[in-house]
Design a binder for this molecule. Structure first.
Ligand SMILES: [Zn+2]
Length: 184
C-alpha cells in the first residue's frame, strides 16, 4: 500500500486533488434504518427490485437498472430480520447460500472474483451484496470495486437482463425457482 493509503493506490478510481472530509460528530442514538421505527422495509417489499430466484426461505434479487460492473445481485432471507436475528436453521444454511450465489455469478464466465459484502447501514433486513469484478481488471480489485461501479460505463440493458436471467437459471439448477421469462 503506498504512503497515504488507498487514495494513492492503483485500485482507487479517482486522482488529482482530493481533500478528506472533516468528520461529523457522532449521532447517537443512530436514526432508524429501513424496516425500523415504522420505516418501510425494502427487504420485505421487493419494490422495484426484480426477484431473480427464491425458495422457501431465501431470495436473490437483481437490479432493474444496469450497473458498471458485469453483475450485481443481493441475497436476502425472506423473513424479516438482521444477521443476528436469523433463526438457527437459516444461519446454518447461510454458508451454502453464499457459495451457491457465488457459483451462479462465476458461471457467467469472464468474472475474476465475486466480492461478497454485508454492510446493512441502510436497511435492517439482512442482505448480502455480490459484486462481480471483470477478469483481468486488476485496478478493480478489492474494496474500491463499488466506487468503480459508480463511474464505469453501465452495461447495456439487454446484456444486463440476460445476465440476471442466467444467474437465476444457474441458481434454480440447484433447487428453488427462477423467476425469469424465456430466453430472448
Ligand atoms: Zn424486512
Amino acid at each position: 500500500m503506498p504512503e497515504g493509503g488507498v487514495p494513492f493506490a492503483e485500485i482507487f478510481p479517482y486522482e488529482g486533488d482530493i481533500r478528506i472530509k472533516e468528520l461529523d460528530a457522532p449521532v447517537l442514538p443512530e436514526p432508524p434504518r429501513d424496516g425500523e421505527g415504522g420505516r418501510p422495509c425494502h427487504g420485505c417489499q421487493d419494490d422495484g427490485a426484480p426477484v431473480l430466484w427464491s425458495d422457501e426461505h431465501w431470495k436473490v434479487r437483481g437490479f432493474a437498472e444496469p450497473e458498471g460492473v458485469p453483475a450485481q445481485v443481493m441475497l436476502l432471507p425472506r423473513e424479516h430480520g438482521d444477521l443476528a436475528d436469523l433463526p438457527p436453521a437459516r444461519a446454518a444454511e447461510l454458508g451454502g447460500m453464499l457459495q451457491r450465489v457465488e457459483r451462479a455469478v462465476m458461471a457467467l464466465g469472464g468474472i475474476g472474483r465475486v466480492h461478497v459484502n454485508r454492510w446493512g447501514d441502510g436497511g435492517s433486513h439482512f442482505h448480502v451484496w455480490f459484486i462481480a469484478r471483470p477478469a483481468g481488471m486488476l485496478q478493480l480489485r478489492g474494496t474500491c470495486l463499488p466506487l468503480w461501479g459508480d463511474v464505469l460505463p453501465k452495461v447495456p440493458l439487454e446484456e444486463w437482463e440476460e445476465t440476471n436471467r442466467r444467474i437465476a437459471l444457474a441458481l434454480a439448477g440447484e433447487g428453488g425457482t427462477a423467476h425469469v421469462g424465456p430466453a430472448s
